[in-house]
Design a protein around this ligand. Structure first.
Ligand SMILES: O=C(O)CCC(=O)C(=O)O
Length: 284
């Protein structure tokens, strides 16, 4: 049986997350889960889902693949978000007594993929609000500067700003939706990287990064000739998180909406039930 409980997340780790907007947790996923999820990810890559996006334009080298709510169609993804140590990590870091799963996002960059993940904050894409919202980013290959590990602008979650979402690829249908929000665009951080304090870690499978929904983050393409970069982000909602009915979020994308049949929440509702399962306290 792969592990379901997380080790204790230390006070220093939680303080670093709160202060900086992101921190690394080493060795929190065991080998059995890593094996299960590598196979599961490859299964998805060979049969892309209805809301998946190929961010690498046709004819270019590599492949940047994105997919959403994969747990809804793959049992191993479902087990990983609900039965691995991930919900226990989310609970400990948020200090929440209730945790619901928001969604998973698969982000794979095969060798020699030029496309970066642009600088962005997560919250502006999402129909949620609250403080108790966390992402856990887990790599299933070595992730480093060459292969495109996610990097963070330290403390940017505390700027009191929400920028417009940046579309990850052209012609994905998302850019037009995001334009409806009327928010100012993310500044050109790549152009002035040296003016900022960038947090970055080299990760091995088993390590994860936890990040705040308002921290600015970015990942380069995968410049490696042979090393893959399979990444999975899991998003959890804690005690004060609720549905936010504002315009322009990813719910307006018909392909995402189609993954959520019967979605009928009203502004302020807790996202709970079969579409956003409660994972803490553990069910069953
Ligand atoms: O994996 C990546 O390239 C980006 C990840 C990301 O933006 C996220 O998890 O929010």
């Amino acid at each position: 049986m792969p592990a379901d409980k997380a080790r204790e997340i230390t006070r220093e780790e939680i303080e670093a997350y709160r202060r900086d907007g992101a921190t690394v947790l080493r060795g929190v996923i065991d080998r059995e889960w890593i094996g299960i999820m590598r196979e599961a990810i490859d299964r998805i890559l060979s049969a892309p889902g209805p809301a998946s996006v190929e961010y690498t334009p046709k004819g270019r080298s590599g492949r940047y693949y994105g997919d959403f709510f994969v747990w809804r169609r793959d049992e191993d993804f479902r087990r990983f978000m609900a039965e691995s140590p991930m919900p226990d990590i989310a609970r400990q870091v948020m200090g929440s007594s209730l945790v619901n799963f928001f969604y998973d996002q698969l982000l794979v960059k095969e060798p020699q993929t030029a496309e970066p993940t642009p600088w962005h904050q997560d919250l502006s894409y999402w129909p949620v609000r609250g403080e108790d919202i966390i992402s856990i980013w887990a790599p299933f290959d070595a992730a480093n500067e060459e292969s495109g590990v996610v990097v963070y602008l330290r403390g940017s979650h505390r700027w009191g700003k929400m920028y417009a979402p940046s579309a990850f690829g052209k012609n994905t249908g998302f850019a037009e939706i995001y334009a409806r929000m009327g928010l100012e665009p993310v500044p050109d951080i790549e152009a002035e990287r040296d003016k900022h304090e960038i947090l970055k870690w080299e990760l091995e499978p088993g390590d994860v990064i936890i990040h705040h929904p308002l921290v600015l983050h970015y990942a380069s393409g995968n410049a490696s000739a042979t090393g893959r970069r399979r990444g999975l982000a899991l998003r959890y909602l804690g005690d004060d998180a609720c549905y936010d009915d504002r315009p322009g979020t990813f719910l307006e994308n018909p392909r995402v909406r189609a993954l959520l049949p019967g979605f009928a929440f009203r502004d302020g509702d807790r996202l709970d039930g079969p579409l956003f399962p409660r994972v803490w306290p553990r069910q069953g």
